[in-house]
Write a protein of this length. Structure first.
Length: 321
């Protein structure tokens, strides 16, 4: 495919239908404000579009129609939400993702080499990390539907008698993450999981002092955040009420972060660590969907500018993984 001249436009294709309209409106207002300001500082135009207004097409080339306009008629940057609690919606979001990826536009959340699952599937992440000798929580993938309870004896053998964390393999923002304290509670949780149509993991629930996020751009550490759960909570995700400290000591994880980024050939990556009394344990990693709008200053501006500068390099072809 012949690469056409680029226009410095970033379009975030969002999926609002998993959340209440008021919550979606608040997130979009917050992120639009932050992303628009950062985009303009770095010579970009920013816009949000809803996935439910788009239709992917294959004709002489990939096309993505929005109210009759082909978004891929010009070469831009895109971020495409690609997870959903609704399995049918998730498949459609993957169609949007793959349509943009097949075009000469730049899909920024495709910022690593390897199968798509390494971008979003926590089981795939744990498997890759284990192959790199990176410490991971003991993890069991829950079989589907009526077979979910088959995980119970395996979880007890692998992770003991609790507590456990039950989480979707492919969701973000701390959504649907549940702590259960006993095998009996886990059995009930798996009965619920079996009805969702989603894939879940059970992991040992490690006592932690915080959740350390390290952001890397171009193979170098840009900034780090130590996130702690709000009092009385167990999730450190900032959208779930966590609080953050900027640039703590990362000597214990720096080399492992570089090892992971090198394995993925990732030009933009954040790596999350669970900080335990026995040392850091991998939580997960993510690409450009992580965002910066909730970060404290000055990290927010630093990451925002680095993000758009990186997007410009990707658009010019100078920063491709």
């Amino acid at each position: 495919m012949t690469r056409r001249p680029a226009e410095r436009v970033l379009t975030w294709i969002c999926h609002p239908d998993d959340l209440t309209p008021d919550y979606v409106a608040a997130i979009e207002e917050d992120m639009t404000k932050e992303y628009t300001a950062a985009a303009e500082r770095n010579g970009f135009t920013f816009r949000f579009l809803s996935a439910n207004e788009l239709v992917p097409v294959v004709a002489d080339r990939p096309r993505l129609l929005h109210r009759g306009e082909d978004l891929l008629a010009r070469r831009h940057c895109y971020l495409v939400d690609d997870v959903s609690a609704d399995p049918q919606a998730a498949h459609f979001l993957r169609a949007l993702y793959r349509t943009v990826d097949a075009s000469d536009s730049v899909l920024l959340n495709r910022a690593l080499r390897g199968p798509e699952c390494l971008e979003r599937d926590k089981l795939a992440m744990m498997l890759r990390a284990a192959s790199l000798d990176v410490p991971t929580p003991r993890t069991v993938a829950v079989p589907f539907g009526r077979y979910a309870r088959q995980a119970l004896p395996v979880v007890r053998e692998v992770a003991g008698d609790g507590p456990y964390v039950v989480k979707p393999r492919e969701m973000g923002m701390g959504a649907a993450v549940l702590r259960v304290d006993t095998p009996e509670q886990l059995s009930a949780a798996l009965d619920v999981v079996a009805q969702t149509g989603q894939n879940y993991l059970v992991q040992e629930c490690l006592p932690i002092t915080g959740d350390l996020r390290v952001m890397l751009v171009g193979g170098e550490v840009l900034v780090s955040l130590l996130r702690r759960p709000a009092e009385g909570r167990y999730r450190a995700n900032l959208r779930q009420g966590g609080v953050a400290e900027t640039d703590p000591d990362i000597a214990g994880v720096r080399e492992m972060c570089l090892r992971i980024a090198g394995s993925l050939d990732a030009s933009y990556l954040h790596v999350d660590w669970l900080m335990t009394e026995h040392g850091p344990v991998l939580g997960e990693w993510g690409t450009a969907m992580a965002g910066f709008s909730l970060m404290p200053e000055p990290a927010r501006t630093k990451v925002a500018d680095a993000f758009f500068q990186w997007a410009g390099r990707m658009l010019s072809g100078a920063g491709e993984p």
